[in-house]
Each structure stands twice: as C-alpha cells, then as structure tokens.
Design a protein around this ligand. Structure first.
Ligand SMILES: Cc1cc2nc3c(=O)[nH]c(=O)nc-3n(C[C@H](O)[C@H](O)[C@H](O)COP(=O)(O)OP(=O)(O)OC[C@H]3O[C@@H](n4cnc5c(N)ncnc54)[C@H](O)[C@@H]3O)c2cc1C
Length: 468
C-alpha cells in the first residue's frame, strides 16, 4: 500500500507554501505533492509563437502546473490583509498581516524584487483620494511587490528545486479524481495517471486546487458531505485605455484598488488587477470557456493600461449555483464571439450599437488582445451587471479623467469564480477528519499572497501537530 504522512493536491502557492513552511520547521513528514499540470520549467504556452490560444489539452500551461495560476501570472503580491480574500475573517486581521509579512520574506529569500510599489505619500495621492471620496469610491491602500511574469517563473523554479532537494516527492501530469473516506475520515486520494487509477493513502490530505479545481471540489463537497456554503462570483469586464489616461494613478498608485456601490442596486463593484503598460490575455478553462484576464511584463511594455471591473454576485435562496450562473454568462458571450473574447467600445455601449472591427482601428487605443472579436457584449451581459459597470465607469472618470472616453475598450467575459466556501476552523480543519482545504479552491482566498499565507499557516499547524 502506497502511504505518505501528507498528500498535498495542487502545486499552486497554497500547496507549495504548505510544504515550504513544513520544511522550515524541520518536519520529517513524508510528503507527496500531486499536480495535474507540468513542472514549472516545462510550462509553455504556444500563444507566444502562434499568436493565439490553441486550447491546449489536457491542461492549459497558463493555469496549471507547478506554481498554479501564479507562474504565468503577473505575480503581483498584495501586501495588505484588506486584499486577497476572506482569510482574515477566519484568523484575525492582525495575525493575517503578520503572516503576510512573514511570507513576503520567504518570497524575498527566493529572489523576489525588493522594491515595493504603492506605498502612498505626497500631494498627488491626497488629490486622488479627494476625487475618489467625491465620486463615492473607497481607495484601498495596498503595497504591491511586483514579480513580473518572467521573474515569477524563475522564483517558483527555485522553490520547486528547494522542495525536490529536501525530499518532497512531486507527481506531475497526475490528477486527483477523488478523496478516500473511511468511517468519515479522510484516508487518502484516488489518483488518475493517464488511463489508470490508483489509491494513495496518507494521514492528512490538503486540497489546494485553485480556481481551476473549483468545480471539482464542489462535486467532492457534495459527494462527501464536506460542510460548505455557496461563494461569491464576480462578473465584469476587462477595461483597456491608453497609458496617458491612467498616467497619474499608474505613477502614484501603481495599482488603484477602488471600491464603489453604484446606484440603483448598490452592489459591490471594484477595480482589480491593474496592469500599466500591460497586455490583455485570454485564458481557457477545461470546459472550453474562454475568459479574459490581464498581465504585464517587467521589461516588455504596451501603450495601454488594463484593469478589471468586477461586480460581486451573492445569491440567497433557492438558487445555490453561483459558479454555474457565471459560466452561463461566459458561454453566451463566447457563443456571440464565435469562441473568442469579445471587445466593445464604451461609447458604442452608451449609443446602443455593436462595435465593428474596422472602428477599432480609428481609435487611439489599439487592443492588445489581437484575437478579440469586436461585437456587442451587452447582448450577453445581465442588465444588472452591465448597469453597475457603466455607473462605476462614470464614477471612475471623476478620479481618472478620460476613463469614460468613447474609445475605452471593454472586453468580456471577465469572470472570477471564488468557489464554495468550505467551512473550517482557525486550525484549517474541515468537518472531515484529516482533510484540509486551502487557497482559492477553499473559497477563503483570491490572490497569490493570501493563498501563500494560507499555505504557510497550514504548514505551521501540521508542524505543531508533529511537535516541531
Ligand atoms: C492570468 C492570471 C493572472 C493572475 N495575476 C495575479 C496577480 O498578479 N496577483 C495575485 O495576487 N493573483 C493573481 N492571480 C490569481 C492567483 O494566481 C491565484 O489567486 C493563486 O494562484 C491561487 O493559488 P492556489 O494555490 O489557491 O491555486 P492555483 O494557483 O490555481 O493552483 C492550483 C493547482 O492545482 C492543480 N489542480 C487543480 N485540480 C487538480 C486536481 N484535481 N488534481 C491535481 N492537481 C490539480 C492546478 O493544476 C493548479 O496548478 C492571477 C491568476 C491568473 C489566472
């Protein structure tokens, strides 16, 4: 019988930092890390050569593999407990902040850039905050450590080597099919390697499967009665405009985190993942859903800045499938865009007309996502989400004059699935003995730093149990 002390499913930041922290505490546990994607050095997206997404099977190199959705992401570490998920409500804000500072030091040890952006002082920030207050927006202070896409890959390779050198076994291209329960205790996992299935046992199982694994974990929760509640979904757009328009906030804030509650519904609407000089990107989920995202490189810069505007959706009764709801919105948008991301000018939305491909060429702002299809995103966006986005853009225009220009581009669908929230205590124990759920798949985090922090905390708790 194949048996380990600990099996970690998913080599994203949450899973990786569980193993890193265990080693830092001198743990002697026999650890297996299972990952359905590839090792970090073998992750390669063909889009760089062919210019468009080729829908890689069985896994997408952008979102799977060692370091999870992190390695090919922009690698912006948010250093405030106010950003990145609800974990602070479980463990306390002060402790969450302490863990962020501790985890940040680990990132620095593995080669992160010591420079921190977004520490705000001076007259310019006062002016921006004043305008935000006037517009009815909250400006959240959040220092950012920017790894950059290329640097992030180097850093995670160093972590991968550190884990391998210290005896952590890593199984790549291997998917966890299910967990093994005996007398309501988790005893291991069922692994799929090609066409074959095998059982591997462990005293403790940690699941950190990320947003890609959200649907899978939802199924596992239902099948094994793992206590959870429906999470939030964010539906929105990726907005792109010229760097000149965003110059002041890019310079002063680097990433502006603004939150508003526009009329008439007063739903939470926020900016997210701002990429000065960045590029809009397409991501494909396993179920073929094409969604939009954005990233920026440390060296290579575009003439545009992109950021997401997200509208939070929480459902009460009787509906309990927020992920399915957002997926339907995405599917409808994909259908109208013939499988591609759709893009529309803000002015065309206000004028009630679609955007034509030739009209994009008439603007100052040129789309950085070249295979996006000009069309009408309002034909697929729910009325409530669309109105929230339009009203929020008007509010933002008071902070960033020119943001609500006719030529500003809105790409759709930008969807953030936060997974069901798995019920856990402050020891990260679920109602199933021996089972812990971490990171974005647990519903408690939604960012690189907070997922890493949750991993660190898990590592500590397991080390404490071991007595080290
Ligand atoms: C393009 C992009 C840009 C981003 N930019 C930023 C950013 O700048 N800053 C920020 O804070 N956040 C960013 N994020 C979000 C960030 O990457 C995630 O919040 C973070 O990676 C979550 O960590 P995690 O460990 O919970 O999950 P993930 O990083 O998603 O890792 C989960 C891993 O589990 C594996 N897995 C899933 N299911 C299974 C299974 N059944 N069996 C085995 N393995 C499985 C997956 O392959 C994946 O490698 C970005 C995300 C994307 C996609």
């Amino acid at each position: 019988m194949e048996k380990y002390d600990l099996i970690i499913v998913g080599a994203g930041p949450a899973g990786i930092f569980t193993a890193v922290e265990l080693l830092r505490h001198g743990s002697k546990k026999k650890v297996l890390l299972v990952e359905k994607g590839k090792p970090v050095e073998k992750r390669h997206c063909p889009k760089a050569e062919v210019g468009h997404c080729v829908n890689c099977r069985p896994t997408c190199a952008i979102t799977t593999g060692f370091s999870g959705a992190g390695a090919f992401s922009d690698g912006k570490l948010s250093l405030s407990h106010e950003v990145g998920g609800d974990l602070p409500t479980l463990i306390g804000e002060d402790f969450a902040q302490e863990l962020i500072e501790y985890t940040d030091k680990i990132y620095l040890e593995f080669g992160a850039d010591p420079h921190v952006e977004g520490i705000y002082t001076g007259e310019d920030i006062k002016e921006i905050r004043k305008n935000a207050i006037h517009a009815g927006l909250k400006l959240v202070d959040c220092p950012i450590r920017h790894l950059g896409t290329e640097k992030a890959q180097e850093l995670y390779l160093a972590i991968q080597n550190y884990l391998a050198d210290n005896g952590v076994e890593m199984l790549f291209s291997t998917e966890c099919e299910n967990i093994i329960l005996e007398n309501e205790e988790c005893k291991g996992v069922l692994l799929k390697d090609g066409d074959s299935l095998r059982s591997v046992y462990a005293d403790e199982v940690v699941i950190g499967t990320g947003r890609r694994g959200a649907d899978w974990l939802e199924k596992i929760c239902a099948e094994h009665h793992i206590a959870h509640k429906p999470g939030t979904v964010d539906i929105g757009v990726r907005v792109e405009c010229r760097n000149e328009v965003m110059e002041k906030v890019n310079k002063v804030l680097y990433e502006s985190k603004l939150i508003g509650y526009p009329k008439p519904w007063k739903n939470k609407v926020r900016t997210f993942c701002q990429n000065p000089g960045g590029f809009v990107a397409q991501e494909n989920y396993d179920n073929d859903l094409a969604v939009v995202n954005g990233h920026s490189f440390k060296e290579k810069k575009s003439e545009n800045t992109n950021l997401a505007i997200l509208v939070s959706h929480n459902f009460t009764e009787p509906f309990n499938q927020p992920i399915a709801y957002a997926q339907k919105v995405g599917e409808l948008t994909n259908m109208l865009g013939a499988g591609h991301i759709m893009v529309q000018r803000y002015g065309d939305i206000l004028d009630g007309k679609r955007t034509w491909q030739k009209e994009l060429a008439q603007s100052n702002v040129k789309p950085t996502l070249k295979d996006a299809v000009a069309g009408d995103i309002t034909a697929a966006m729910p009325y409530r989400a669309m109105t929230n986005i339009i009203e929020f853009i008007k509010m933002l225009d008071m902070v960033v004059p020119g943001f609500a220009a006719n030529e500003t581009l809105l790409y759709s669908p930008e969807l953030k699935f936060y997974s069901n929230k798995v019920k856990m205590d402050e020891n990260l124990d679920t109602n199933i003995k021996g089972l812990h759920c971490l990171g974005d798949s647990s519903g408690w985090t939604r960012g690189l730093m907070m997922a890493s922090v949750m991993g660190v905390l898990m590592g500590r708790k397991l080390a404490e149990k071991e007595g080290c």
